[in-house]
Design a protein. Structure first.
Length: 278
């Protein structure tokens, strides 16, 4: 929607450069107009792309299958985990291993059937064959942004902390509120290792609504069902993935997001009669 609305046929950028520029601008938006969401408007959107726009702007960006997946996440906001495969070396062997993880150990991402979890699995050599440190490129082809974007410092007010007055882990609570989506990445380390005793694991990223890393951990394939079901059981905040997770660069105390959030925390703690520093 944003790309279509802001596309400039006369731009000096190449089509790929313009798409990436517009996608990054969309991901940076703090508030997304409700009229862009079909669910909020009885299945209607304010500007339906023409056939020409589909062919010249949208189709070269991503195929219909990925557009359907992105729309499903954007409109229906299904909760839980997305699994991204970024390594395609030793293709037949790696493909068989990945399928084994999905079918035997992970049960299609938890207790769901394959028909219900079709949007979770990103496995496409042409689209997602990224170097280990370039996972974020998936955001260029499939927006995982949510309607609710970042956990803004303005939300950290007296009412918020009054309701959490019995807690003694305010910073952890703020980080927990900030994370909105999980991304498990099957990268080179997942498939290859010189250590024959190495346990198979995925890189697990806990992302905010803009795709920034709030915390990072790892997860074994057989743990996937437990992760998917942990919010329903109220167990995620006590899990090893969250408790032992490493805070993402932008959410650390010296990061641009973390410094603003933690400054707001210190301000409210200094004012609240319910919070006493130890």
């Amino acid at each position: 929607m944003y790309v279509q609305r802001n596309w400039d046929p006369a731009s000096s950028l190449t089509p790929d450069e313009q798409r990436k520029t517009l996608i990054r601008a969309f991901l940076a938006m703090e508030n997304v107009p409700a009229e862009w969401c079909a669910v909020a408007n009885n299945g209607n959107i304010s500007q339906v792309p023409t056939e020409s726009e589909v062919q010249s702007i949208l189709a070269p960006w991503r195929p219909l299958s990925l557009r359907n997946v992105a729309a499903h996440i954007w409109q229906d906001r299904p909760e839980g985990l997305i699994i991204l495969r970024t390594y395609y070396g030793n293709d037949e062997e790696a493909a068989a291993k990945f399928e084994e993880w999905l079918d035997r150990e992970m049960g299609n991402g938890g207790s769901e059937s394959e028909e219900d979890s079709w949007w979770r699995i990103l496995d496409d050599r042409q689209r997602f064959n990224f170097p280990d440190d370039q996972w974020h490129r998936v955001l260029d082809t499939r927006s995982m942004a949510d309607h609710l974007r970042s956990f803004h410092p303005d939300l950290i007010d007296e009412n918020y902390y009054d309701s959490l007055s019995q807690e003694n882990v305010l910073e952890d609570l703020v980080l927990y509120e900030a994370q909105q989506r999980w991304l498990a990445i099957a990268n080179r380390d997942s498939f290859e290792s010189e250590n024959e005793n190495k346990v198979d694991s995925f890189r697990l990223l806990m992302l905010d609504g803009h795709g920034n890393i709030v915390k990072e951990s790892d997860i074994w394939p057989e743990e996937i069902p437990m992760l998917v079901n942990s919010p329903l059981r109220g167990q995620f905040r006590d899990s090893r993935w969250w408790v032992g997770g490493v805070i993402g660069p932008r959410y650390k105390h010296d990061g641009d997001i973390g410094s603003a959030l933690f400054a707001a925390i210190r301000n409210i703690k200094s004012q609240s009669p319910f919070i006493v520093d130890s």
